[in-house]
Design a protein around this ligand. Structure first.
Ligand code: F0G
Length: 392
């Protein structure tokens, strides 16, 4: 159990047991810290550290919380667990449930999740229900169903999920020898991750583990930015986005369930929330790639967002305080291979905000510029031609 980068910190998690036989672990956590010099250059900061949560067993940050939530369901003797998902929660839940006799039931928006994620839920044996509607519709249905039946709800409204995700902060600070960074940047979708970071920071401060509080900076895609819209309108109620839209399908969410807790995180950490365009996300992802660090589009919002807020600060926006010397950690949430279509289309100069396929592409609009494209080269299988091409 101590091999797990989550259970290792069990004194700070909601279990105080003699017997840990209910624990379901796949060796999650312990995700690496990686220096990203090219991305730092692109953003315009001295140094950027990446914590890559995509290096988890199911390829996303969800495993930190899922090991705890599935263990709790296992302890309770649940027979079936359910979640609505843009793909990663469902992949993670399916994997952990496969280790038990809990039947995983996942609700995903039809045609709106990346293939890598769909392939995982199928492989792990989940009952996979493709709903006509978006994530927000799926979330509403699964919440009702879990209230009316004994389906155990596994979305991040489940407190055990958030408790587990606190371990991202523990894992991070442990790796940094408790030298707390100035800023932690994270993508915002259903807002569970940022909520759990806030809770972890509050508890660590109260327990005396840390003095300094890093500023949590949440970045959303412009077309799916309910938290941002809520904050800029100073609304006390969520300003939802109907038919939220982004190519970063992981965060295509208009009614985030944990928005109040995310606001609490921002208040507690003196944080910031901003939005980035599809073009900014695509370019930031390609730059991370040049550092040898792949990620899915949602994760690249972090680098795009940092670049944007530095530019805003330097253009005189006095509300933003950030400087180029800060010690910044960007949290990458998902593995590059979750959504290879996006990456290939970018490099083939064929990425569109909207694209309709009927075997072949029939309608497209909103071309994304492939600023940092690396196109494949087609050439005859002829050694001399290859030598000439490569100047050998
Ligand atoms: N990045 C990735 C790769 C995600 O899969 C998600 C959320 C987020 C960021 C946003 O995190 O919801 O905690 O604010 N994916 C969920 C899912 C919604 O169903 O897989 P959040």
């Amino acid at each position: 159990m101590d091999i797990s980068g989550v259970w290792r910190y069990r004194e700070l998690l909601p279990f105080d047991e003699e017997d840990y036989s209910h624990v379901v672990t796949l060796g999650e956590g312990n995700t690496p810290l990686i220096d990203a010099p090219k991305a730092a250059d692109y953003v315009g900061i001295k140094k950027l550290t990446i914590k890559h949560l995509g290096w988890n067993p199911s390829g996303s940050f969800k495993d930190y919380g899922m090991t705890i939530a599935v263990s709790q369901a296992h302890k309770l003797g649940s027979r079936a667990a359910a979640c609505a998902s843009t793909g990663n929660t469902s992949a993670s839940m399916a994997a952990y449930c496969a280790r038990t006799d809990i039947k995983p039931v996942v609700f995903i928006p039809e045609g709106q999740i990346a293939y890598g994620k769909l392939s995982q839920t199928l492989d792990y044996g989940a009952i996979t229900i493709q709903l006509k509607g978006d994530f927000d519709v799926a979330m509403e249905i699964v919440q009702d169903l879990s209230a009316e039946t004994d389906l155990y709800l596994m979305n991040s409204i489940n407190p055990f999920r958030l408790e587990g995700q606190k371990a991202v902060m523990l894992d991070l600070f442990d790796q940094l020898n408790w030298a707390v960074p100035d800023r932690i940047v994270v993508p915002g979708g259903n807002l569970g991750n940022s909520s759990s970071y806030g809770k972890a920071l509050m508890e660590l401060k109260e327990l005396g583990f840390i003095e300094k509080i890093p500023r949590v900076t949440i970045i959303q895609a412009a077309g799916a930015s309910p938290l941002y819209r809520t904050l800029v309108s100073s609304s006390r109620e969520l300003v939802p986005v109907e038919h939220a839209w982004t190519l970063a399908s992981a965060i295509k969410i208009g009614h985030p369930i944990s928005w109040k807790k995310a606001v609490r995180t921002l208040n507690f950490t003196d944080g910031w929330c901003d939005v980035v365009t599809e073009q900014e996300i695509a370019d930031a992802k390609a730059i991370l790639g040049r550092d040898g660090i792949g990620c899915e589009p949602a994760s690249a919002t972090t680098v795009a967002g940092l670049k944007k807020i530095l530019e805003l600060a330097e253009a005189g926006n006095s509300e933003i305080t950030i400087d180029r010397e800060e010690n910044i950690v960007a949290i990458l949430t998902g593995h590059q291979l979750k959504d290879p279509d996006y990456t290939v289309n970018y490099h083939l100069d064929n990425l569109y905000e909207e694209a309709l396929y009927d075997t072949v592409l029939v309608k497209k609009s909103g071309k994304i510029n492939s600023t940092f494209a690396n196109r494949p080269i087609k050439i005859d299988a002829d050694k001399d031609k290859i030598k000439a091409l490569l100047d050998l």
